[in-house]
Design a protein around this ligand. Sequence first.
Ligand SMILES: O=C(O)CCC(=O)C(=O)O
Ligand SMILES: [Fe+2]
Length: 605
Amino acid sequence: DDPTITYDQLFKWGKGEYTMENWYDCVAYMKRAIEDYKYYKDEVLWCREMCFRQLPPYTESDGPQVELAIFHRFTERALCLVRCKLDRFGSLRPPHEVDPEVDEAFAKRKPYHYMQFCHWKLNDLENAVKAAYTFLIANPDDQMMGENLGYYATLPKYSPKMLVDLEEAPYQKLYLAGVQAYEEEDWVQVIDKLERSLEEYWIADEMCRLGCQSSVDWSALEVAPEYFVFIASMHAAVLRCIRDCPKTLDRIRGKYLNDFLPSHYNYLQFAYWKANRGRNACQSVGTYLLFEPDDEAMLENKIFYENSFATKDQDLFIPTNDAMAYIKRLKLEARSLQFVEERFKFVDGVLPSERVDDRKPLDIAVPEIDIYQQTPSTQDAESTKVSSKHSSVKVSKSVEKDENALKSTETAFEPEMDRLERLQLQKGVQLVKKERELKGDLRFFADKVLTRAECDALLQLEVYLLEEDDRTDLSHPVHADNCILRENGCVKEQPAMVWRDYSAILYLNDANDHFDGGQFIFTDDDGNVQAEVRPVCGRMVGFSGETLHGVRAVRRGTRCVLAMWMTLDEEYHERERLDAQQRLAHIELRSAQSDEGANEYADVL
Ligand SMILES: O=C(O)CCC(=O)C(=O)O
Ligand SMILES: [Fe+2]
C-alpha cells in the first residue's frame, strides 16, 4: 500500500509474478496497476482541464503586443500545470517518468492479457473470460485471444453473461441501453439514455483532446530547431492526435461505427416524435443533417415534419449547440492540420513553392451550415424510399395512422430496425442487393464484404496457374446445396447435406483479371439462367439451400472462392468448428505446460 509505487512499477512486478507462476500475485499486481494508471490519468487530465478553465484563451483584440500576451497566457498555464501536478502527486505520489511503451501497453489493455491467463490458472473462468473479452475489445484482431475466448466458450461453466467489457465507457453503456430501448419501442427510455449518452460523449471527447496535450512527436524535429518550427511541430502533433479521437471514441463493443454520433440523432428524432416532442424531433433531424447533409431518408423526414406541422419555419431545424460547436471545431482543426500536411511536404527534397494562402490567417469563419438550402434531391416525397447507406435506423413511412401525430396526418413513421449486429456489419457490407435484381426469392449479393486492401493482401498469396482452356460446359453444374436434383424435383435425402439451410459464396479474386468466365448463375427449375453474378473480390452471394445455381466454364486462370454453409439445426450448430477448436486448445494447453517458463510470455492457454 505504498503510494509511491506507480503503475509502471506495479505492471513490472505483475509480469514478474506471472513469469514465476505466482498466479494470485499476478492478478493482484495487475489490478493495482490498472487502478493506479486510471488514477494517474484522471489527475493529469483534471489539472489540464482546470488550468484551461482558470486561464482561458486570451481574447483581447489585437494590438502590437497581442502575440506576447498569447504566449504569456501559455506560460501561465504551464505554471498552473506544474503547480497542479506537484500538488496532486507531490507528497502522496511522486511525479515520475513513464516509458512511453508502458503507456502504450496500458492504452492497449495489455495488463488484461496477463490477467486472463493468471485467472485461468487460478481456475477462475468468469474473470478469465472478462479479462479476455476486455482485452479483445481493444485488440479485436488478436487471434490468440480470440481462440482463447472460443475455447472458454466450449466449457460447461461458461455463460455469455461473462462477456463483460471492464473498461466500457459510460457513453458506450448508455448508447447500448438506448438502442436496446429502441428495439423495445420504449421511447421515453430511448430519449433518456441517448440524451445522456451524448452528454457523456462530449465529456469523453474533451478528455481525449486533453489527453493529446502530451502527444509530442520529438522525431519530427531536428537537433536545434527554430523556435517557430518547434512550436508549429508541437501544434501539429497535438492536432494529429485530436484528429484521431473520433476513431478511438466512436466504438461499440470494439467495432468502429462511422455514423456513431449522427445515429444518436436518428434514433432520437424518431423517439421524440413518438413521445410527442415535435420540436425536439425537428431539432434532431437538423442535427443529423449537419453530419450527413445528403442523407435522403432524413431529408424526406424533414419534409414530413414540415408537412405535419404545416410550417416551413426552418428555425425548427437548427441543430443543437453542442453538435454545432463540435463540428465547427473539427472543421477548423482539420483546416489547420491540412495546411501543415500540404505545405511542409517535401517532394523529392523540394518544398512546394509559395502560394498566396501561405500568408493568410486561418479562416476561422466556418461556412455556416446552410439549413435553409437542405432539400432532398428528389422533391417527390411519395417516391419509394431509398434507405441511406449511412443511416442505421431506417425510417420508412407507412400508411398506418398514428394517433399521436401532432397534426392529423395520413402517414406515420414505422421503424425498420437494424439490429446492433447489422449496425456493426455496415462497415464492410455497404449495400445488400436483393431478390429483385436476382429475379428470385432469398437471393442476395453484397459488395465490399472484403475491403480492397484485404483483397490485395489475399491476391499476393495466390499462385496463378495461367492456362488456356476452351471449355464451354459448366464448371459447376446446376445444383442445390441441400438436396439432390431428381426428375420430380429436388429431394432432401442423403448423401445431400440436408442440414444446410443457407449458402454464401465469397469471391476472393476478380473475373477478367485473374480468370475468364466463371460467372455464378441462378436458374429456374428447367435450368434456364435467370440471373448472373460476376465474381469480384469481396463480393458475396447468398441464397437458401434449395436455390438452384451453378458456375459457368472457367476458360482461363484460377478462380478463388470461399463457400460457406449455414444451418438452423442445433445439432449441427458450429459442430465441426467447435470440435476442431477444442482439439487445438488441448494441444496448445499441453505444449504450453511443457515449455512454460521457457518463454517469458506464453500467449497460449
Ligand atoms: O463457386 C461458386 O460460385 C459456387 C460454388 C457452389 O455452388 C458450391 O460449392 O456449392
Ligand atoms: Fe452450390
